[in-house]
Design a protein. Structure first.
Length: 271
């Protein structure tokens, strides 16, 4: 599943073609993805000017001068294609700008979504209302984590995946950040010391920032809008490296199930 760095990379790629552009043509090529396209999507977006693009957690935002934003989620396999030579059966939404650029939302598994939300109500939109702070923003601090995790017996790994604690963190980058901070992913969140949280926060910010710079991580179907692959997967310390030696101590890296997902860690370096 595309995670926050992949979505951020996607939004930055789209901005080169859409920011300030007028949408001359909008086409939905099927009725739905994970849920139906908004009934008025084509009407609202056709002729609208894009006033900016952004991201909240794992959602991309395309703001318009109509007072509404198109909010998209890439689901399991979604990605935007820029200037596709031909449209395929998995290109379900097409935007064409007055300048002649064509962009298509391609989603083979159709687990993604597209919504229209009034700009003034974005913060209160149900998917956004309960979200925690962004992991690369100033609001994510050790103090915030300490308060959010106080008294929690659930594992620190699972709590970091809770979008109410931190918005947009996913499995890959939580595994990597916990390794860098030397924290056992199984440790009860409420028992993680303030000192450990002080180590963890900058590692979360660093790993997300490095992944964005590298264009994300190419896993299965993900690619950037221009078709380029993300290369952060070449830098994984623990994720998907079961049995391989830890780069720090040389011990074999471990994999186990946690909350229905795989967790990778070093049993010696993470306490």
């Amino acid at each position: 599943m595309p995670e926050l760095p992949e979505v951020e990379t996607t939004v930055r790629g789209l901005a080169r073609y859409l920011d300030g552009a007028r949408l001359a043509r909008v086409e939905t090529r099927r009725a739905d993805l994970r849920r139906p396209f908004p009934a008025d999507l084509v009407q609202v977006l056709t002729g609208a000017t894009v006033t900016g693009l952004g991201r909240r957690a794992k959602y991309g935002l395309i703001h318009t001068d109509r007072g509404q934003s198109m909010v998209f989620h890439l689901g399991m396999s979604g990605r935007w294609r820029i200037e596709p030579e031909e449209l395929g059966k998995h290109d379900h939404l097409v935007l064409e700008t007055e300048a002649g650029h064509r962009l298509s939302l391609c989603d083979p598994r159709r687990f993604g979504s597209v919504d229209l939300v009034e700009e003034a109500r974005l913060g209160k939109w149900p998917a956004f209302a309960a979200l925690g702070p962004e992991p690369i923003g100033a609001a994510l601090t050790a103090s915030h984590l300490k308060a959010a995790l106080k008294g929690r017996s659930a594992a620190i790994k699972l709590m970091l995946l809770d979008q109410r604690v931190v918005a947009g963190l996913g499995n890959i980058y939580v595994c990597e950040a916990l390794f860098r901070a030397g924290i056992d992913p199984r440790k009860a969140a409420g028992n993680v010391s303030g000192t450990a949280l002080e180590r963890l926060v900058p590692q979360i910010k660093a790993v997300i920032g490095e992944a964005i710079e590298a264009g994300g991580s190419t896993l299965r179907d993900y690619a950037q809008p221009d078709g380029q692959l993300g290369y952060f997967s070449k830098r994984f310390d623990v994720y998907d490296r079961h049995g391989q030696p830890c780069a720090r101590c040389g011990a074999p890296l471990l994999r186990f199930a946690q909350g229905g997902r795989s967790t990778w860690h070093c049993g010696k370096c993470q306490k």
